[in-house]
Write a protein that binds this ligand. Structure first.
Ligand SMILES: [Zn+2]
Length: 261
């Protein structure tokens, strides 16, 4: 059964934090019911590691192509040209992660907006979904999304409240829910309570943002059921239901139905 598994829609398992024991991490994910893992791109420095990892797990790992906002600098045009070349060179399942991060550094905010909109344009042209990263920038992200209406995707690690969630859903976006939902006084938990399960997908953002009780440790896809349990508890349904809905959403968005498990 295709929906009888979890999908981690956001993992950087190709990063060096997993250099020593990636095979065991993958095995634990499988044992925990994890069938598929989506790999968001960061930049040209990390892309080779991502592609090597995806190639080692065909039918399980699915790479995206994109430029992360914290990697946007003076050379962002060259970086984006490389992303465009990649899209022509091999199969990618979406664009990202792209977006705006005004939390870490605002130096290149104009370039970040240009890079985001370039990638939204690519997504529109290639008929691919986008994975959006937004930190201290949700209003500005919405402005860009309005300019590229029709492009669909995930607002990863969704930072907004219920009203913003409804706006995102109205624009054809899914909400990426991860370990933050398990944190005390998390806004994400309130948003999930208000919005319900239908527009959600699950994600780790591994190696970051591990859920309670693993908080502070390296995150990995085998913790997805912890997140699903928490979402189920908040909404008041069985975890199995959360698994079904989020897996169906991810399969449809990334068009994974034709991919072998
Ligand atoms: Zn990420």
């Amino acid at each position: 059964m295709e929906d009888d598994m979890y999908i981690d829609t956001h993992s950087h398992i190709y990063e060096n934090e997993f250099l020593e024991d990636r095979a065991e991490v993958v095995e634990r994910a499988r044992e925990a019911g994890g069938g598929k893992i989506v790999l968001p791109d960061i930049d040209s420095e990390s892309r080779g590691r991502m592609l090597d990892t995806a190639a080692a797990y065909p039918g399980m790992m699915f790479p995206l192509a994109g430029l992360h906002p914290t990697s946007v600098r003076e050379d962002y045009r060259e970086e984006l040209a490389a992303v465009e070349r990649e899209l022509g060179a091999r199969k990618y399942y979406g664009i990202g992660e792209c977006g705006l991060d005004f939390y870490w550094d605002r130096t290149y905010w104009r370039e970040q907006v240009k890079a985001l909109e370039w990638q939204l344009g690519m997504a529109r042209e290639a008929h691919l979904p986008v994975v959006i990263h937004s930190r201290d920038s949700l209003a500005e992200v919405f402005e860009s999304l309005e300019r590229y209406s029709g492009v669909q995707g995930i607002l990863h690690c969704f930072p907004g409240g219920a009203e913003e969630a409804r706006r995102a859903v109205g624009m054809g976006f899914l909400l990426g829910i991860g370990g933050v939902v398990t944190f005390k006084r998390s806004r994400m938990a309130e948003t999930v309570r208000e919005i319900g399960a239908e527009p959600l997908v699950l994600e780790t953002d591994a190696p970051y943002l591990a859920p309670v009780p693993k908080r502070g440790k390296r995150n990995e896809s085998s913790y997805i059921p912890i997140i699903a349990e928490k979402v189920a508890e908040i909404i008041g349904v069985e975890a199995k239901k959360i698994e079904e809905i989020t897996t169906k959403n991810a399969m449809n968005l990334f068009n994974l139905h034709s991919e072998n498990v």
